[in-house]
Design a protein around this ligand. Structure first.
Ligand code: DAT
Ligand code: MG
Length: 168
């Protein structure tokens, strides 16, 4: 089985419900290692790039507001990169179905998610769904120096006279 990386986000609803500890405990059941972790203030640009594949959906604008923290008045998201064999499926199994009502009740989304009256799935966490998505998402949310393993090729560029490592 291949060693994979996957991006996990604890969304604003997970943070205001004080679920960070519970979620990390549940994720530890997958027996993976954390290779990156930080708090992020999500810009509109980052949100729109992250959810680019959904830009034609009727719920897109609300989804962007949600991940930015507008709905919960808390402008932060916790971001993690987990690594290990079969990491993407192992994490998606613990996280549960996208729709909190369909998700297994013992999964993170089944236990803690809800559907708002306007129809947005507030499903507490994000988890990458394929190796291609994971690579795109990790490169979007993290700089190479913020990951403690060499996971993707990098290159050195000069920015404002300073040598900086970026994703190749
Ligand atoms: P996932 O987060 O399980 O990978 P996705 O990438 O299809 O699911 O969608 C991203 C987010 O968009 C999802 O976490 C919640 C929201 N969403 C998806 N489908 C939705 C729908 N039919 N109604 C409301 N929100 C939806
Ligand atoms: Mg997805």
């Amino acid at each position: 089985m291949a060693v994979e990386q996957t991006l996990i986000l604890i969304k604003p609803d997970g943070l205001i419900k004080s679920l960070t500890g519970n979620i990390l405990s549940r994720l530890s059941e997958a027996k993976l290692i954390i290779v990156g972790a930080k708090m992020v203030r999500v810009s509109r640009k980052l949100a729109e790039e992250h959810y680019e594949h959904l830009k034609d959906k009727p719920f897109f604008n609300e989804l962007i507001d949600y991940i930015m923290g507008q709905q919960h008045n808390t402008f932060r998201v916790a971001a993690f990169v987990y690594q290990g064999e079969n990491a993407i499926k192992k994490i998606r199994d613990v996280v549960g179905d996208t729709d909190p009502e369909k998700a297994n009740p013992v999964s993170i989304r089944g236990a803690y998610g809800r559907i708002t009256t306007s129809g947005v799935y507030e499903n507490v966490v994000h988890a990458s769904s394929s190796p291609e998505d994971a690579e795109k998402e990790i490169k979007l949310w993290f700089k190479p120096e913020e990951i403690v393993e060499d996971i993707y090729p990098t290159k050195e560029v000069v920015l404002n006279n300073v040598k900086t490592l970026v994703w190749a």
